[in-house]
Design a protein around this ligand. Structure first.
Ligand code: SF4
Length: 336
């Protein structure tokens, strides 16, 4: 499969009055043409900062790309001037945010907002833009699109608003869509419809998608590959079926165990990973998961593990998978 996007050793810092927060600490992963890649991890792990870095949407006043490359069709987006980035955003790479209300202008009719985007990026006539806007609303499943185009965002339900935002993201037929928790603000039935819509559109248009979520159910439903992030780093990546059937990193295993199961008894308490992530103002020298890991070894405290290959498609950043790791510790992983 052809790589569409490749992030290499991305490091992003934020300047705060307390010091430098190392929000993203050497993240590397890729997205192939036409695949859906999930970026998962708990709040503050760097998923959204990574996604906004791809769009170069981080506030320049207090964020800083310390190093790395974001290669889109082999062009390093970190080196692209803002003027050129303005044409890439929307045209080639689009973003869907969590709350549709923040992406829509409450004072402008839905149709006008889609038409404006089309005329700005595609240089089409107003009548052509109107026809295309109507088509897009139909594509994302909005009934009576002509009538709906004349309505304001507050006249739409949450799910319908998110469909409009998806239609706006598709305006210029982008090659990559970054969806940042697109269903978090919606109830479960609408969430299922929106996920199906994203999957159908990705299939129809062969668009690549980066789906940012902390919901493993969402990942299982529509994604091809998973990148697990913790404390600003990638700790595991692999195909969805591999990560669900055979998670390797203790953090990924903990995430899997935290998902409620249908066969749980009423009195059984839900598993949670003890402790909290490290302060990224002063990240630890060793493995960032050390203080929460029940398999921690001496080496983990002092040295941070790099991603190691488990097989050709799955990688993990954990000393337990180093070829020289103690076989007793490796064996104990089976008991998790
Ligand atoms: Fe746990 Fe050590 Fe693996 Fe980190 S490197 S996850 S501390 S076993």
């Amino acid at each position: 499969m052809k790589k569409l996007l490749e992030i290499k050793d991305l490091k992003v810092n934020f300047h705060t009055y307390l010091g430098e927060v190392q929000a993203v600490r050497g993240v590397s992963f890729h997205v192939n043409q036409g695949e859906i890649v999930a970026l998962v991890g708990e709040s503050g792990c760097g998923k959204s900062v990574t996604a906004k870095s791809i769009m170069k949407l981080l506030p320049t006043a207090f964020s800083h790309y310390k190093s790395g490359e974001i290669l889109y069709h082999s062009m390093d987006l970190l080196k692209v001037q803002e003027k050129e980035m303005e044409t890439i955003r929307g045209n080639e790479i689009s973003m869907i945010f969590q709350d549709p209300m923040t992406s829509l202008n409450p004072t402008s009719k839905i149709g006008e907002q889609i038409i404006e985007g089309l005329m700005k990026h595609k240089k089409v006539s107003k009548s052509e833009a109107y026809r295309k806007a109507k088509e897009l609303l139909e594509l994302v499943g909005i009934p009576q699109p002509e009538k709906r185009m004349n309505q304001y965002p507050h006249e739409f339900s949450g799910g319908m608003r998110q469909r409009v935002v998806i239609a706006m993201a598709l305006v210029c037929e982008p090659q990559l869509i970054i969806a940042d928790e697109p269903t978090t603000a919606l109830d479960v039935t609408i969430q299922a419809q929106i996920l199906k819509l994203i999957k159908d559109l990705q299939f129809k248009l062969n668009t690549s998608v980066i789906l940012i979520t902390h919901d493993l159910g969402v990942v299982a439903e529509i994604c091809d590959r998973v990148v697990v992030m913790y404390a600003g780093e990638v700790v595991e990546s692999g195909k969805v079926e591999e990560i669900f059937a055979n998670p390797s990193h203790p953090y990924t295993k903990g995430l899997m165990k935290s998902v409620p199961r249908l066969d749980m008894s009423r009195n059984e308490s839900l598993y949670s990973i003890v402790g909290s992530p490290p302060n990224l103002l002063h990240p630890p020298n060793g493995c960032a998961f050390y203080s929460r890991c029940e398999y921690a070894m001496k080496v983990c405290q002092k040295h941070s593990p790099n991603l190691m290959e488990i097989n050709t498609t799955q990688q993990t950043a954990c000393w337990l998978y180093h070829p020289m790791a103690n076989p007793v510790e490796k064996e104990s992983m089976g008991g998790m």
